[in-house]
Design a protein around this ligand. Structure first.
Ligand code: ADE
Length: 232
């Protein structure tokens, strides 16, 4: 999979994408992430990217022209399955959406700043708008890093133990069960006996019960609406 990210602060994305699983995905050639500095498409001697909004109001708006040029220069080289804009008023990112995007070949992600981007870019170029939650961040870079991580770890071959992504919380609309490692006794706090029993069908049963219990306690909404979050 190839992901191109357009941003005024591409440096913000370097670190999150250069460690751990994202690093491994790229080293294995399963994921290519290309960062593009929108400033290079800025207008005039000052490489201007934003301007006052029509109608008045506080906050600058990212201008249509530099963004359109940046998107078109990438479109001249590749075909994109989705051109995504990270914005708090987009579709809420969830596991079904991450799953669906992990099946695509080429994605472009546009990170906004200031008061947002000229609406005409959203109307004419953007095919999907994504929010990572109901709160406002200073820009779309951290949300883009979240999205790339959520997608990248799903690509076949990225995780060592491929089954581990299948058992993540939310994959089956259940939260993951508790996990333990050595020692079996830490300060007198014991690991549940069943996990030490070696009886794998009992262990599976216990894990499912724990998942259901945890989901009922913490996220009953996941159990209530089986179709929730599914989109196409
Ligand atoms: N940009 C600013 N806040 C955001 C959010 N919550 N999700 C996606 N993009 C954003």
């Amino acid at each position: 999979m190839r992901i191109d990210i357009l941003s005024v602060l591409p440096e913000l994305l370097h670190s999150p994408l250069q460690h751990s699983i994202m690093k491994r995905a790229q080293e294995k050639g399963l994921l290519e992430v290309h960062l593009h500095d929108l400033r290079e498409f800025g207008l005039g001697k000052h490489k201007q990217l934003d301007d006052y909004q029509f109608g008045g109001g506080a906050g600058m708006v990212m201008m249509a022209e530099p963004i359109a040029h940046a998107i078109e220069s990438l479109q001249a080289q590749h075909t994109y399955d989705e051109i995504i804009y990270m914005t708090p008023d987009g579709h809420r990112l969830d596991q079904p959406l991450a799953n669906r995007l992990s099946l695509k070949g080429n994605l472009m992600i546009l990170c906004g700043h200031y008061k947002g981007i000229d609406e005409r870019i959203r109307d004419h170029f953007i095919t999907l708008e994504i929010s990572i939650g109901d709160y406002v961040l200073s820009g779309g870079e951290l949300p883009a890093a979240v999205l790339v991580d959520a997608i990248g770890r799903l690509l076949p071959g990225v995780l060592n133990d491929e089954t581990s992504a299948l058992f993540d919380s939310f994959q089956d609309k259940l939260l993951a069960p508790p996990v333990y490692t050595r020692p079996a006794d830490f300060r007198g706090w014991q690991v549940p006996d069943v996990l030490l029993s070696g009886n794998f069908s009992l262990i599976e049963e216990w894990r499912l019960e724990q998942s259901l219990h945890r989901t009922r306690e913490r996220r009953p909404d996941l159990l209530e609406d089986p179709g929730e979050g599914e989109r196409e």
